[in-house]
Design a protein around this ligand. Structure first.
Ligand SMILES: Nc1ncnc2c1ncn2[C@@H]1O[C@H](COP(=O)(O)OP(=O)(O)OP(=O)(O)O)[C@@H](O)[C@H]1O
Length: 625
C-alpha cells in the first residue's frame, strides 16, 4: 500500500519503507509509467509544505507587528479614559464638580508617574547613552504587547498550538516502557526494543516493536487496550498488526484521535460511472484510517450483530456496489419484513420479504445456475473458477443473493431444505459467480445453523451482546486472540465491526455510511438504473411487490379445522398427521408462528386448561400482512 508518510522527509513511500530497518526488505520498484505520478505526488507534497510555511510566516509577521502597536494603543486609550475619569459622570449620578475633582486628582497622579519616567529617560539620554529613549519606548511597547497577547489568548476558542509541537509523538523509550507496562512480552523484557524509530504520520504515529527473542508478536494481539492505558490514549486509537516477515515484530500504529468516532461517507454516493465488482467492494475504514475492501467473489459472507449495530448499512454498501457494477443480478430476501430493500427494487431482479417457500425455490434455481456454469467452465476447459473474462465469454453474470434476518427463513417449515441449499451455495457458489450474503441479528445456532456458519468464510461481526456471541460469528477462540465484537461501544460506534476474511488477520473497521433515512440509497439506485438501462441489464420488469409467505399460518389454520381454540398437543398431532415429514412438535410450532406474532397461551378447551392457540390470533396474523 502506498501512502504519503508525513514527517518522513515528506516523501511518497510504499508502506514497508516506514520500517526501513527490517532485514531483507527490498522496496517495491516504482512500476513502469508510475514515475510521473510519484514525481507529481512529491511536487504536490512540496507545494503543501511551502504553503504551510508561507501561512505560518504571514501569521507570525502579523502577530509580531500588530501585537505591540494594537496593545500599546489599547493601553494608551485605557490610560486616557482613566485620566478623563470616563468611569464617573452624570450617568452614575455624579455631579460635574465631583467628576472634575477626580480628573484633577488623576491628572496629578499621571504626571507623578509620567514626569519621573520622562525625566529619567531624558537624563539617561544626556548623561549615559543615546539609546535610552529607545529603551524607554520599548518598555512601553513591551507592556502593550504583553497586555495584547494576554487578551488574544483569553479570546481563543481552541488552545494555542505551535507548528511542529503537540503532535503527541512519544519518544522511543516511552513507547518501549509502555510496551513493558502493558506486558506485551514476558520474561526478559529488558530486551524489548524498537526495530524502527517512532515516525509521525498524518493522523498518528507508528513504529515496529521488537519483542525479546523467542516471543511471538501474535500473543500481543488483543492487548491494545493495555498498551493504550500505558500510553495514556484511548483504546480504539491503538492498532497492532503482525508482520509476515518476522514473527517477533509487531507493527504499532497509534492514531491521534479515535478513528472510529468519525463517520466515513460511502464512496458510492454521487458516483455515476460503473464500478468493478471483481476489484472489491469498498467496505469501510480501518483503525489506521485506511480503506478496506471486501472481495465477495471469493467467498460467502455472514454479517451478524445486535439490533441497530449497522448490519443494514454494511449490506446496503454491498448491494449498492453490485448495483453500480451494472451486470450482477441482485436478489433480495428480507426476513424482517420492514421493507429495508425498498430503494433497490428498481434494479433488483428479486425483492421479496418473508417468503420462505419463494426463497427455497430461488435457492434451487441458484443451485441449477451453479451446475450450469460449472458445466460451461468444464466445456471451456480453462479455469475452474469464473473470472470477468469468462463471464463475458460464456455470457453469464454474477448472481448475488442477499438474505436479511436469516433466522426467519431457517426456522420456517422449509428451514431444513433452505439451510441445505444455502450450505451448498455458500461453499461451491462463489466459483460459479453465485454469491450469498446472510445477515442476522442473532448469533445462536437456530438463527445461523453450524454447518451454514462453517461455510461462510467471510464473517463480519458488528457489535455483539457478549463475547460468546462474538465468538459465534468470528469463530471459537477469536476472543482469546483479541477479536471481541462485544467490546465495541454501543451508541457512539454504530457501523464499527470486525471483518474476518479467511486467510488474513481479522480487521476492525467502520463501514462506510449510507444514510437509509436520507436520499443516499435512492440516489445510488437511480444512478445504477441509468447505467443498467444503457447496458441493457435492467430486470424485465420491476421486482415484484413484496409478497408475504403466509403458507405456514394457513397450514396451521387448516389443521385446526373449525375449532376456535386448540391445545398445542392436539394441534401438533393434527399437523404431524397432515405433514409427517415436517417433524412437528410444540417448539417447532412455536418457532414457526413466532415471526407472525402468534404465541401460545393458557386456554380452556373442554373444561381443561392447557397451553394452546386461538383461531382469532392466526386470522389476525394473516390480516396483518
Ligand atoms: N458506518 C456507519 N457510520 C455511522 N453510523 C452508522 C453506520 N452504520 C450504521 N449507522 C447508524 O446506525 C443505525 C443503525 O444501523 P442499521 O439499520 O444498519 O443497523 P442494523 O444492525 O441493520 O439494525 P437492525 O438489526 O435493527 O435492522 C443507522 O440508522 C445509522 O444511523
Amino acid at each position: 500500500m502506498t501512502q504519503i508518510a508525513e514527517g518522513h522527509e515528506g516523501t511518497l513511500l510504499p508502506f514497508p519503507e516506514r520500517v526501513p530497518e527490517l532485514p531483507g526488505y527490498v522496496p517495491d520498484p516504482v512500476p513502469e509509467g508510475e514515475g510521473f505520478r510519484v514525481r507529481l505526488a512529491r511536487f504536490a507534497q512540496g507545494v503543501k509544505h511551502r504553503r504551510h510555511l508561507l501561512k505560518y510566516a504571514v501569521k507570525a509577521t502579523y502577530l509580531t507587528v500588530s501585537a505591540p502597536v494594537v496593545g500599546t494603543a489599547r493601553l494608551a486609550g485605557t490610560g486616557w479614559r482613566w485620566i478623563r475619569a470616563d468611569d464617573y459622570g452624570s450617568a452614575r449620578g455624579d455631579s460635574p464638580a465631583f467628576v472634575e475633582a477626580v480628573r484633577t486628582r488623576r491628572r496629578r497622579q499621571a504626571w507623578m508617574i509620567a514626569g519621573p519616567y520622562l525625566g529619567v529617560t531624558a537624563g539617561a539620554w544626556l548623561l549615559w547613552d543615546g539609546a535610552a529613549p529607545v529603551l524607554s519606548l520599548s518598555l512601553v511597547l513591551g507592556t502593550g504587547t504583553a497586555v495584547e497577547v494576554k487578551r488574544r489568548l483569553a479570546d481563543r476558542t481552541t488552545p494555542l498550538r505551535f507548528p511542529g509541537l503537540g503532535k503527541k509523538t512519544p519518544a522511543d523509550n516511552a513507547v518501549v516502557r509502555a510496551a513493558i507496562s502493558a506486558k506485551l512480552a514476558t520474561g526478559s523484557v529488558e530486551e524489548m526494543r524498537l526495530a524502527s524509530p517512532v515516525i509521525t504520520e498524518a493522523s498518528g504515529w507508528s513504529t515496529v516493536l521488537q519483542l525479546p527473542p523467542g516471543q511471538r508478536a501474535r500473543k500481543a494481539i488483543g492487548k491494545e487496550a493495555d498498551f493504550a492505558s500505558a500510553l495514556g490514549v484511548g483504546e480504539t486509537q491503538v492498532v497492532f498488526d503482525l508482520l509476515p516477515e518476522h514473527a517477533g515484530r509487531l507493527a504499532v500504529y497509534v492514531a491521534k484521535a479515535d478513528p472510529f468516532l468519525k463517520i466515513y461517507p460511502s464512496p458510492l454516493i454521487g458516483r455515476t460511472d460503473p464500478m468493478d465488482f471483481w476489484a472489491g467492494i469498498p467496505a469501510g475504514v480501518n483503525g489506521r484510517g485506511k480503506p478496506e475492501t471486501l472481495r465477495l467473489v471469493d467467498a460467502s459472507l455472514l454479517v451478524a450483530g445486535e439490533p441497530r449495530a449497522g448490519k443494514s448499512a454494511a449490506v446496503n454498501g454491498i448491494i449498492g456496489c453490485a448495483a453500480l457494477a451494472v451486470t450482477p443480478r441482485i436478489h433480495l430476501w428480507d426476513g424482517k419484513g420492514a421493507g429495508d430493500h425498498r430503494p433497490w427494487r428498481k434494479i433488483a431482479h428479486t425483492a421479496e420479504k418473508r417468503n420462505a417457500s419463494g426463497l427455497l425455490a430461488h435457492l434451487k434455481r441458484m443451485q441449477a445456475q451453479m451446475e450450469r456454469v460449472f458445466d460451461m467452465l468444464d466445456e471451456a476447459g480453462g479455469s475452474a473458477k469464473l473470472t470477468p473474462a469468462l463471464c463475458r465469454q460464456l455470457g453469464v453474470d454474477i448472481e448475488l443473493t442477499v438474505v436479511d434476518e436469516t433466522r426467519y427463513y431457517v426456522t420456517s417449515p422449509q428451514g431444513e431444505e433452505i439451510v441445505d441449499a444455502m450450505v451448498d451455495i455458500a461453499s461451491r457458489g462463489p466459483a460459479a459467480g453465485v454469491l450469498l450474503v446472510l445477515a442476522s441479528q442473532r448469533m445462536t445456532t437456530d438463527a445461523i445453523p453450524g454447518p451454514l456458519k462453517g461455510v461462510c468464510s467471510l464473517r463480519w461481526a458488528m457489535r455483539c451482546p457478549d463475547s460468546t456471541a462474538s465468538n459465534a460469528v468470528l469463530g471459537q477462540g477469536a476472543v482469546g486472540r483479541g477479536f471481541d465484537a462485544s467490546e465495541i461501544p454501543r451508541r457512539t460506534h454504530r457501523g464499527v465491526g470486525i471483518l474476518d476474511a479467511d486467510g488474513s488477520e481479522p480487521v476492525k473497521l467502520r463501514s462506510y455510511f449510507l444514510d437509509d433515512s436520507g436520499p443516499d440509497l435512492t440516489d445510488i439506485a437511480e444512478a445504477a438504473y441509468v447505467l443498467r438501462q444503457a447496458a441493457g441489464t435492467l430486470p424485465a420488469g420491476p421486482a415484484p411487490v413484496d409478497q408475504v409467505d403466509d403458507a405456514p399460518v394457513r397450514d396451521v389454520l387448516a389443521a385446526m379445522g373449525e375449532a376456535e381454540r386448540m391445545h398445542t398437543a392436539e394441534l401438533v398431532a393434527r399437523l404431524a398427521e397432515r405433514q409427517p415429514s415436517m417433524g412437528w412438535d410444540a417448539s417447532k410450532l412455536a418457532a414457526v408462528l413466532r415471526p407472525y406474532g402468534v404465541t401460545p397461551g393458557d386456554l380452556k378447551v373442554g373444561g381443561i386448561n392447557k397451553n394452546g392457540y386461538r383461531r382469532e390470533d392466526l386470522l389476525a396474523a394473516l390480516g396483518g400482512f
